[in-house]
Every structure is written in structure tokens, then in C-alpha cells.
Design a protein around this ligand. Structure first.
Ligand code: ARG
Ligand code: ZN
Length: 864
């Protein structure tokens, strides 16, 4: 039943549950067309219990069969499309009673990939946030934590493997070729952490001993033909387990920990207790099929889901408004894990730069657009729309600021107190802040504003140096994007760079709207290095002259700020539509030739700010102008430094066996940047070398980089290599995704047909599947959200394609459609004719009468 006015959920309307569950027993007979779920719930009065109130359980798309209470058939209930209301409870619900419900669901028809579904013949579940209600009627909210026993039944030939959370306590053969397995999870958990997996899967396994001396069984389950691609995920899991013990004293609490890979999945992965379910993209890797970026992503996602076992599962969220409590914290933890895995200070800096680049490219636009929300939102229509870069990545920045303010040890004390107080509970962001404050004896009241106020704060920098008194005065003024906001508590790491290096790094805490600091005995006018390491997620309004930026770019001892100075320089040139001058080229040359610099850092320093980030610097965006200015600037770097690129291409070869470690990956990234620059400088000359790399590569990073260089630069060899690539990897879905994504991401090339023509053709390709999210993302999202210059065409053809795709995808998978619907979020920022054409496309989608709540919320907020 669709109502006209969308329902909004509000944070301040939270009420504790009137009932809660003790033991939960599920008995699930798996059949793709008709899965029968018997659930036995031990119901207890909850914190808000009122005698006589009915028990309301959520349920969606379920066929109801029967209800019994304390063993007897019960007839006092109402069924609604999204719930069941049970009246006349025994003794008005004052003491524990048993509810038994039988219902049926249809996994093979479930294309939303929420609840129980079938992927390639196997069964999987996804319950976060509200998918459990598509499996059975339940109090499907994170503050109801119960102990689960799960009996799975299936035909043994079709589903030899039956998995659920916790420990396997029983297995049995049943009549008619069926069999069953019973799983018991010793830890109480909310329904969103429930999982089951069943089908024809195989695993690699390993036994490890953790800190307390306990033995743990680790398994990675995949389809049999993928078994040879699981080693890296297993190594990442083992490294994650050791890291969490060492860094936070947190040990794996289960005897058995399983990861399962599935090819149809809405997101990256899911931290179900003891049974993590992953998108294959974040599990499967071997050198021939996965790039360095894939290897790094697998390590970080495996870490992320494993770290949730404490930050998310042992301590969970009271309600979904608190999502950043677990996600921001867990992203921070996975970032730190990956940084430590880099094995050096410069490796850590590289990781930090990559994370900040993501934040600015994706989260800053979100925070400035129609879906802007604080890391703890106050209102939502569809919770699935709030698994955002703000909740995750900005949330991680907020957690990082505690560590910056309290120090690494202070942060650890706060974590220890958080677990001491809240283990086994469902809590709020205030609880986390209180633990940090109390463990360190600090008043963090003002810090709360980071949780309640949306938008990226701006900090204006003014400096005054007095030659005579040798005083340097720094004045910082903060202003927020939105009216009526309170000042933030902003930690800013800074250092004054002078020719003698007597000035140390300091931490300034900007808490008022305007604050000044005076530095004495400064022998000469210093160059300011501020927001070092990106200590706060803000925008700096600081007009630093080119000479100072060049100084920072060549010599700031903070690697992040050194990179940042280069980005600022490039950005100013591109936005002014200027080509790099002799000085800047010389600075780039020096950087490239510096034998002491990390190749990965060089690659980042020579990579220009993304178009999406450049858009945010403009009052009115002309996407084609920005594209051409950026391209011309890049072409100049490619041409002027071609000798250096050619030399680097030779020097950065990594002969011998492939290793995905940070240092080797950094060399490959610089080598492949060199190749791409050479192709940019002169595609006719350098194509042969790229084709050679394409053909002879012993790893996907090099093969794909060569192919990409040929395609992006419009080489005559591109077509033949693309065809070769397809036939080499036809059977490997994740590699074929790359093949699709590369073509959908191609920028416009003079004299070559528009990318949209290719995209339309790819959409009709026999290997394109509208119900596989990875495939859809590799074509449609890649074109609409990852290829700005091809998407933003003045004739509006890209937008018309977008509207059609959103409307086509919505009935199949609302989450995938809603993600795509975000593609026009920033329409008001664009110049004409783009703006009107985007508006028309949004109106076209809005006119549909059958939109999902997911897409409806995104579109109505964009148009509001
Ligand atoms: N908790 C998961 C993670 O952070 C994300 C799952 C979100 N899924 C969803 N359908 N909204 O790894
Ligand atoms: Zn997460």
C-alpha cells in the first residue's frame, strides 16, 4: 500500500521497545520458490512495557500461515502489509510467553537482495538495516537483542552446505534427500546481524591461536571455481585479528569465524555475527585477475567487517540514527589498519591522502547538496539512503578528531571505557562521546556539534607578520555552510616553516567563531602549514601565494600538506584556465626526480584534482570547460615532462613475482601513470609500448592500466585489445565488470562517437544483467556518476539516459536505483543549459507514480 505523503522517521521520537525477546528459535526449510520459516519467540516485557498493549511485529512480503501463543492457536491478530498486531496476550503480556509463527517467503523472486534471496542457485541473506522482516515477523530493530538457535533444512544435493551464525551443534540426514544443520549463536544480537547461507560452496580454512591461547577456526566460503582466489582475503583476516588485539586489546570472541562471497550484493559486505557475507569483489583476488586497488580494498573491507565484531556487534546501535556510532568508528579503524599495513610513515601518508581524496570527491558534494545530513541524521524516510559517505567517511573523520585531540593513548583509554561500560548493549553516539570525555577528564560538550550539524565548515586564515617585533599573528575564523549553526570544536595541526627549523608542530583548538594566536621570536616571515594531515574535515579559505605553495610543495615535512600544496596549485591553474608555467613544471620535475620520495606519493602528487572536486569550487559549473581546462593542463605536464615520464616508465618496472604490498603497488602506480602520460603526450608513438605491456603483463594492474591508456587516449589499438581482454576473461565476472566499466568511463574523444553510444550498446550486450548490482554499477553508475565529461553533454542525452535507467532499475532493486538517483544531486550548481536539462530529467523520474520509498526520498529532496 503506497501512501502519497512519505513517512518520515525522527530521531527524537525514539521509544524503547514495549516487548523484547529472550530466546529465538528459527526453523527454515529452504526452497527457492517457497521457503517455510517457523519462528518461536520467547517474548518478555520490555523497558516501555504497558500491560494490555498489543505486540506489533514487522513483516514484509510474507505469506502468513499460522500463529500460536503458548502452544495454542491464537486468533486475535490483524495482518497489515508491513506488520502483524497481536492482541489478547496471556496475562496482558506481564510475564514471558511463547509466540510461534509460520510464514512463507519466495527467495527466487527477491531481486531487492534484502532478506533471503537466491544468487547463482545458492541462498544468502542481507538483513541490515531492515531485511529480517522479509524473512519472518519480528521486532526488527537493533535495540532488541536475542539469543538465536537456527535449524536449516534443504535438499542435500542442492545445498550441501548450510551455514548460520555461531557454532554448528548438530547435523542430520532427513527423509527424501533432505538434511539439516543446527547453529547456535552464544551472543545475543539484533536481527540485522542474523545471516544464513546455503548451497554448493567450498572453503579454505585455517586454525589460529589468539591472545588468550584459544584456537579459532577461520573459513572463507566461495563457489568451487573461485577457491584459488581466497588466499589474500584469508591473509587479510588473520592480519585484522592480530591488529585488533595489538592495537585495541580486542580478541575474537567466537570459536569459528566465516566469510562467504556472493556475486549479487547491494553493498560491499556485511558484518553478520561470525558469518560475514561479502560482495565477491571484496574477497576474490589473484594477481592475474585483480588490480592493486582490488587487493587493497579487500584488505580494508575484510578488516572493516572483522572490526565490526566489537564496534557494531558486541556494542551495537540503539536505533538507525546512530549508524555512524558503528560505521564512522569502524571506518576509522579500517583506515588505521590499512595505514599500519603499509609498513612505513610515508606509506601511512599515502593512505591518508587517498582517504582524504575520497572524502573531498564524494562527501563534500553530498554535504553541500540536497541530501546533506549530519553524521547522525535527525530524520529519514528510507534508512537505506543513509548508508552514506557522510555517515561513513565523515563519521570516520569525526572519530579521528577525538584521537587528534586526546592523543593515541587517550583515544585508547576512551575505547577501553566504552567497552567496559557498554559491552552487550545497544547505545548512542552520546555514549561514545561520554566514554572519550570521561576516560580523559575532558569536557567535550562542544564537540557534539559535529554530530548534529551538517555541511562542511569553512575556516578563514589571516596572517600578520611584524618584522620589527618578530611576532606572527594567526587569526582563524570559522563559518558554517548553514545558518544558525554553533561553532565547531576544530583541531588544527599547524607548523610555521622558516629557514631555521626551530618551530615545532602544534595543535590549535579553534572553538570560537574567531580566534587569534601570537607566535613570538619568529625570525623571518614564515610559511604556514596548517590542517596538517588533514586534522579536521573542513575547507580552508586561505589565499596563499604561489611562491608559498611552491615552497610547501617542495619541502613541507608533512607529506599530506606537501601533496595538498600541489593540489591547490593545480586547482588554481585549472580553474583560471592556465597552463603550468616554467616554475611549476620545474617543481614537478624535481619531485619526479627525487630519489628519496616514495613512488606512491609521487603518483598522488602528480594526479590532478578530480572534476567532481573542481565543481565544488565553482559558483556555476560548466562541466565541459572544466574538462577541457583540466585536460589541457594535464597534456602540458605530459608533454613537458615526457623525458622524465619515459625514464620513470623504465625505472619503475617490478620484475619477478607479483606482490600486492604497498611498495610494489606504488611503483606500479607511478609506472602506469608514466605510461598514461606518455600516451597523452603522443598516442601514436607510445601505443606500441602500451600494447606490449598489455600483452606481456603478469598481473591485472599492468594489463588493465595499459588497456585503459589505449582506450582513454583513443588509440587505434584499443579495439583489438578490448576484444582480446573479453575473450581472455569471459568466465570471470569481476574482470568482465572491469571491461564494462572501462568503456563506460571513457571520456569524450574528438572524432570518436560519444561514450553514450557505447554505453547503449553495452546495455544490450549479452553479458549485461540488470539484476546484478556489480554489472549495473560497472555500466550505468560508472557512466552517470564516474564519467562527468561524457555524462554532462549540453544536449541532455546523458540525463535522459539516467532518468530511464533509474525508472528501469527501481522495480528491480530500489537500493541500486536510489544510489543512481543521487547522480543529479548537484544540479543546481550547474550552468545552463545543463541545469534545465537536469531539472527536466529529475521531473521525469518524479512523475512516476510507482517509485520506491528509496528513490522517492532522493528525488523529492533534490527537487525541494
Ligand atoms: N554494515 C555494512 C558495512 O558497513 C553495510 C550494510 C548496509 N546494507 C544495506 N543494505 N544498507 O559494511
Ligand atoms: Zn560497516
Amino acid at each position: 500500500m503506497k501512501t502519497d505523503l512519505p513517512q518520515s522517521f525522527r530521531r527524537l521520537e525514539y521509544r524503547p521497545p514495549n516487548f523484547t525477546f529472550g530466546k529465538v528459535a528459527l526453523d527454515i526449510a529452504l526452497d527457492p520458490a517457497r521457503t517455510i520459516v517457523k519462528s518461536s519467540l520467547e517474548v518478555l516485557p520490555g523497558p516501555e512495557f504497558k500491560p494490555g498493549e498489543p505486540l506489533v511485529l514487522q513483516g514484509q512480503e510474507l505469506e502468513f500461515v499460522s500463529l500460536r501463543i503458548n502452544g495454542a492457536a491464537h486468533r486475535h491478530f490483524e495482518l497489515n502489509p508491513e506488520s502483524i498486531t497481536i492482541h489478547s496476550l496471556p496475562n496482558e503480556g506481564r510475564e514471558a510467553f511463547m509466540v510461534e509463527i509460520i510464514s512463507i517467503c519466495v527467495p527466487e523472486k527477491n531481486t531487492s537482495l534484502m532478506g533471503l534471496y537466491v544468487s547463482n542457485g545458492n541462498f544468502f541473506t542481507q538483513c541490515e538495516a531492515e531485511g529480517f522482516r522479509k524473512i519472518t515477523y519480528f521486532l526488527d530493530r537493533p535495540d532488541v537483542m536475542a539469543r538465536y538457535t537456527v535449524t536449516l533444512r534443504a535438499r542435500e544435493t542442492e545445498c550441501p552446505v548450510l551455514l548460520s551464525n555461531g557454532n554448528l551443534i548438530h547435523k542430520e540426514k532427513l527423509p527424501n534427500g533432505w538434511h539439516s544443520a543446527v547453529w547456535e549463536d552464544p551472543f545475543p544480537k539484533p536481527s540485522y546481524l542474523f545471516a544464513l547461507v546455503a548451497g554448493k560452496l567450498e572453503c579454505i580454512e585455517e586454525t589460529i591461536t589468539t591472545g588468550s591461547g584459544a584456537k579459532k577456526l577461520l573459513q572463507i566460503w566461495v563457489e568451487p571455481h573461485d577457491l584459488n582466489k581466497t588466499r589474500h582475503a584469508m591473509d587479510s583476516l588473520i592480519a585484522s585479528i592480530h591488529w585488533d588485539e595489538k592495537r585495541y586489546g580486542l580478541e575474537l570472541d567466537l570459536e569459528r569465524f566465516m566469510i562467504v562471497a556472493v556475486g549479487d550484493f547491494n553493498m560491499g559486505a556485511m558484518e553478520n555475527k561470525g558469518l560475514n557475507i561479502f560482495n565477491t569483489k571484496y574477497v576474490l583476488a589473484q594477481p592475474e585477475t585483480a588490480t592493486d586497488a582490488d587487493f587493497a580494498n579487500i584488505e580494508s573491507v575484510v578488516g572493516h567487517e572483522y572490526f565490526h565484531n566489537w564496534t557494531g556487534n558486541r556494542v551495537t546501535c540503539q536505533d538507525w540514527f546512530q549508524l555512524s556510532l558503528k560505521e564512522g568508528l569502524t571506518v576509522f579503524r579500517d583506515q588505521e589498519f590499512s595505514a599500519d599495513q603499509m609498513g612505513s610513515e610515508s606509506g601511512r601518508a599515502v593512505k591518508r591522502i587517498e582517504d582524504v581524496r575520497t572524502l573531498r570527491q564524494l562527501q563534500f558534494p553530498e554535504d553541500a547538496g540536497p541530501m546533506a545530513h549530519p553524521i547522525r541524521p535527525d530524520e529519514y524516510q528510507e534508512i537505506n539512503n543513509f548508508y552514506t559517505v557522510t555517515v561513513y567517511e565523515k563519521g570516520a573523520e569525526v572519530v579521528r578528531m577525538y584521537q587528534t585531540l586526546l592523543g593515541v593513548d587517550g583515544f585508547r583509554k576512551g575505547m577501553d571505557l566504552y567497552f567496559k561500560r557498554h559491552d552487550g548493549q545497544a547505545v548512542t553516539c552520546e555514549d561514545f562521546l561520554a566514554a572519550m570525555a570521561d576516560a580523559n577528564g575532558r569536557d567535550l560538550t562542544q564537540f557534539k556539534n559535529w554530530y548534529s550539524q551538517a555541511g562542511t565548515p569553512r575556516v578563514k586564515v589571516e596572517e600578520h607578520y611584524n618584522e620589527a617585533s618578530k611576532q606572527y599573528v594567526l587569526t582563524l575564523t570559522q563559518s558554517s555552510a548553514k545558518v544558525n549553526q554553533q561553532p565547531f570544536h576544530i583541531p588544527l595541526k599547524m607548523r610555521l616553516l622558516t629557514s631555521g627549523d626551530d618551530q615545532k608542530e602544534q595543535l590549535l583548538e579553534l572553538t570560537q567563531e574567531k580566534q587569534s594566536w601570537t607566535f613570538e621570536n619568529i625570525s623571518e616571515k614564515p610559511v604556514l602549514s596548517i590542517n596538517r594531515g588533514f586534522s579536521a574535515p573542513i575547507i580552508l579559505d586561505f589565499v596563499q601565494d604561489e611562491a608559498d605553495l611552491l615552497t610547501l610543495f617542495s619541502s613541507d615535512d608533512d607529506a599530506f600538506n606537501r601533496w595538498e600544496a600541489g593540489q591547490k596549485l593545480a586547482m588554481q591553474f585549472i580553474l583560471d584556465n592556465r597552463l603550468p608555467g616554467a616554475q611549476l613544471i620545474a617543481a614537478y620535475r624535481t619531485l619526479l626526480l627525487d630519489p628519496d620520495l616514495d613512488p606512491a606519493f609521487k603518483e598522488l602528487a602528480m594526479t590532478l584534482p578530480a572534476e567532481a572536486y573542481l565543481y565544488e569550487q565553482c559558483a556555476s559549473v560548466d562541466p565541459q570547460n572544466i574538462y577541457s581546462a583540466r585536460r589541457a593542463f594535464r597534456h602540458a605536464i605530459a608533454t613537458e615532462l615526457r623525458m622524465e615520464w619515459a625514464a620513470l616508465y623504465q625505472q619503475m618496472q617490478t620484475p619477478g613475482d607479483f606482490s600486492p604490498d604497498g611498495v610494489s603497488a606504488g611503483k606500479r602506480s607511478l609506472k602506469n601513470l608514466a605510461l598514461s602520460m606518455l600516451l597523452d603526450a603522443d598516442v601514436a608513438i607510445w601505443s606500441a609500448m602500451a600494447v606490449n605491456q598489455y600483452q606481456n603483463a603478469n598481473n591485472m594492474t599492468d594489463r588493465y592500466a595499459a588497456l585503459s591508456g589505449l582506450v582513454v587516449n583513443g588509440s587505434k589499438q584499443a579495439g583489438i585489445c578490448l576484444r582480446d581482454f573479453y575473450s581472455r576473461f569471459t568466465d570471470d565476472a569481476l574482470v568482465i565488470d572491469k571491461w564494462f566499466a572501462l568503456q563506460a568511463s571513457r571520456p569524450p574523444i574528438a572524432g570518436v562517437e560519444p561514450t553514450l553510444v557505447d554505453v547503449m550498446r553495452l546495455r544490450e550486450h549479452e553479458a549485461f544483467k540488470l539484476n546484478n548490482p556489480n554489472r549495473v554499477r560497472s555500466v550505468i553508475h560508472a557512466f552517470c556518476m564516474g564519467n562527468p565529461a561524457s555524462f554532462h553533454q549540453a544536449d541532455g542525452s546523458g540525463y535522459a539516459f539516467w532518468a530511464d535507467a533509474v525508472l528501469t532499475l527501481d522495480p528491480i532493486n530500489p537500493q541500486v536505483a536510489a544510489r543512481l538517483a543521487r547522480g543529479l544531486d548537484r544540479w543546481r550548481l550547474f550552468a545552463e543549459p545543463y541545469q534545465s536539462k537536469m531539472h527536466a530529467a529529475l521531473e521525469k523520474v518524479a512523475a512516476s507514480k510507482t517509485l520506491s520509498a528509496d528513490v522517492r526520498e532522493v528525488i523529492s529532496k533534490a527537487l525541494a
